[in-house]
Ligand binder design. Structure first.
Ligand code: G
Ligand code: G
Ligand code: NA
Ligand code: MN
Length: 257
């Protein structure tokens, strides 16, 4: 209860802020977008991991406040980058409960207009598990988000139900292959062969459905070259960049010209 109250305070202050992890075009190597990742710097505890405080927020219904805060900070940063002549897309993670919030599409629309953001610049990431929890309601809400022009990505693909049959019914634009598959690409055992086979199948299916494919957790040049060969579109991971400050992303963008 104490920690919930403190999280509430943290969200009203600079304690809760965003880091940004670039998404790289695997062919050109250019940064095409970023994923916003929430951070909480607690005055006594120091950095609290998002796995912990997102769970706390989910269990105490503060997840809606966190979601609004993250969306607001993300759109504000997009506005700032635009002022600096930088055009990126920004992905924001949402939890399952937020997908049940009927007010979410209107809130997002109000942010787009407040910060003068084009809808194509914003993306929403949701896990399969979050979508499948209440699939009809999820689809209805995602349709409203898509109607605003915002793209939706399925996060951690391959770890949930992996309901391939649902993929073409979901109003989504891309899928993110979970890093457990990507991490096996570096191995010398038969696991690598399995991961390759799975990734090839996911990419083939996704591209047939006109979905973009992002590989998560790319840590080595070897994994990168496998993913290029397997025709993944984008990569994200420590090899390219850790989650970092907006200023650092700006510097990297300037550097790539
Ligand atoms: O940021 P990593 O750096 O540790 O993130 C850990 C987990 O927390 C990931 O599953 C990520 O999707 C989730 N996460 C990070 N930021 C947010 C957020 O703003 N909202 C929600 N719902 N989840 C987040
Ligand atoms: O669940 P989601 O995909 O949103 O989680 C993003 C999480 O993945 C964050 O915690 C982020 O710090 C972490 N992450 C990003 N790149 C890498 C990577 O290359 N390797 C590992 N192990 N984790 C990563
Ligand atoms: Na994510
Ligand atoms: Mn993920």
């Amino acid at each position: 209860v104490m920690i919930e109250k403190e999280l509430h305070e943290g969200m009203e202050t600079e304690q809760v802020y965003l880091e940004y992890q670039p998404k790289i075009d695997l062919l050109s190597g250019q940064i095409e977008g970023v994923e916003a990742l929430a951070r909480w710097n607690h005055p006594e505890l120091g950095m609290v991991s998002p796995a912990e405080f997102v769970t706390i927020a989910e269990q105490s219904a503060q997840i809606h406040r966190l979601g609004r805060r993250v969306l607001d900070l993300a759109c504000r940063q997009l506005m700032q980058w635009r002022g600096e002549g930088i055009n990126l897309s920004m992905a924001v993670n949402l939890s399952a409960q937020e997908l049940q919030n009927e007010q979410l599409p209107d809130y997002i629309a109000s942010l787009l207009s407040r910060y003068q953001i084009g809808p194509r610049q914003l993306e929403i990431e949701l896990t399969e598990t979050a979508i499948m929890g209440n699939v009809d309601r999820s689809i209805a809400l995602l349709e409203r988000i898509r109607a605003l022009g915002i793209r939706v990505a399925v996060d951690d693909f391959g770890t949930g139900y992996s309901s391939f049959s649902y993929l073409n019914q979901l109003p989504i634009a891309s899928i993110k292959i979970d890093r457990t598959f990507v991490s096996q690409l570096g191995r010398t055992t038969s696991q690598r062969g399995d991961a390759e086979t799975i990734i090839r199948a996911i990419v083939g299916l996704a591209h047939n459905l006109d979905l973009q494919v992002v590989a998560e957790g790319v840590e080595t040049p070897l994994q990168q070259s496998y993913l290029q060969r397997l025709r993944c579109d984008q990569g994200q991971g420590y090899l390219f960049c850790r989650p970092t400050s907006a200023g650092e992303v700006t510097r990297l963008i300037r550097e790539q010209g």
